[in-house]
Design a protein around this ligand. Structure first.
Ligand code: HEM
Ligand code: HEM
Length: 270
């Protein structure tokens, strides 16, 4: 149920509920905290949207885990995601309780107003955390695409001045280095559900460089030329189980882990 719908992953679909509703509701709550007179009219709609957004994070977590089984779990994103699930459910109870408690009071008591300040502060936290979750998810999904799929120059100022420039051979317009001729690095899995160490071992070159790390297989080909720590470090991993090397160098560092997650091919099997 949380895995796929119409042949596509559920996760990118359901995340819209929390990603859109939680910041919207948080802004509404901040306004309501400072405008007691608006509460009688808006408290219930805001509460309903808050409930949908908060419960949506649970659906996002379940579908995210299902997607992670296919493409690998992005560690940073998962940590932020789980934090958002917990905090938005706590927030639903606190802010929801406050809305129900204060919606009829024209003249709020000190305690009601005080809790309103807490809710407003919590709203800011929810906005920030939702941004972090969404950004880390989108980073895991898109950063390698952006880093490696360089747009073709379209404007005249980008055009090569030389005679009859070959489009396949004109990377000069951007800073992105290319990894030799490996742009289409063999994405042909031997089976769709996973990859064996034999599969990995067959991709041990600069032209097609795969490595296993902690139960997943990654295509590092494009990353060879981009690695801030140098090409050799990645070249040494091609065709191997790189778990120890990666953990030894980068275990709890956010950017390397995100970068790695963005290059996942699938789980290691056998
Ligand atoms: C808590 C457990 C979660 C797990 C395990 C998880 C897992 C994932 C995975 C595997 C991806 C795809 C990455 C890729 O393609 O390489 C992803 C993308 C994403 N996730 Fe999550 N996720 C979780 C929670 C959430 C939550 C709570 C939200 C939102 C509130 C969220 C929002 C997103 C977004 C916006 C994307 C990018 C989608 C796209 O641009 O295609 N995730 N997540
Ligand atoms: C697939 C494996 C690897 C990935 C995805 C990866 C990713 C990264 C990333 C994203 C950075 C930049 C970190 C930042 O800007 O905060 C980085 C830096 C670095 N990496 Fe890796 N790395 C990998 C393997 C290795 C290995 C095996 C070594 C060493 C044996 C290594 C050594 C370094 C060093 C020394 C730096 C720092 C470079 C500098 O800023 O001077 N990396 N790596």
């Amino acid at each position: 149920m949380f895995d796929t719908i119409l042949g596509l992953p559920v996760h990118p679909l359901v995340v819209h509920a929390p990603v859109v509703l939680l910041p919207l509701v948080a802004v509404a709550l901040i306004l309501l905290a400072f405008r007691p007179a608006w509460r009688s009219r808006f408290a219930m709609p805001v509460l309903v949207l808050l409930a949908i957004g908060s419960l949506g994070t649970v659906a996002a977590m379940l579908s995210g885990n299902a997607l992670g089984e296919r493409v690998g779990i992005p560690a940073t994103h998962q940590t932020y995601g789980v934090s958002l699930v917990i905090s938005s459910l706590v927030f639903l109870v606190v802010a929801g309780g406050w809305l129900l408690w204060t919606r009829k009071s024209e003249e709020p008591t000190g305690a009601q107003q005080g809790l309103g300040w807490v809710v407003a502060l919590g709203s800011v936290g929810i906005i920030v955390l939702t941004g972090l979750v969404g950004h880390s998810g989108a980073t895991a999904a898109w950063s390698d695409v952006v880093a490696t799929q360089t747009p073709q120059p379209t404007t005249s100022e980008e055009a090569e001045p030389g005679p009859a420039a070959s489009p396949a051979d004109s990377p000069a317009a951007t800073a992105t280095p290319t990894a030799g001729t490996s742009a289409q690095a063999s994405p042909t899995p031997s089976q769709p559900t996973g990859y064996t160490m034999d599969d990995v071992a067959q991709h041990a070159t600069r032209e097609s460089c795969w490595a296993a790390v902690d139960g997943n297989v990654y295509d590092l080909t494009q990353w060879i030329a981009l690695h801030p720590g140098g090409e050799d470090r990645i070249l040494g991993l091609c065709g191997t189980d790189a778990s120890a090397a990666f953990r030894g160098q980068h275990s709890d560092q956010e950017r390397p882990n995100d970068q790695l997650a963005s290059m996942v091919l699938g789980p290691l099997v056998g």
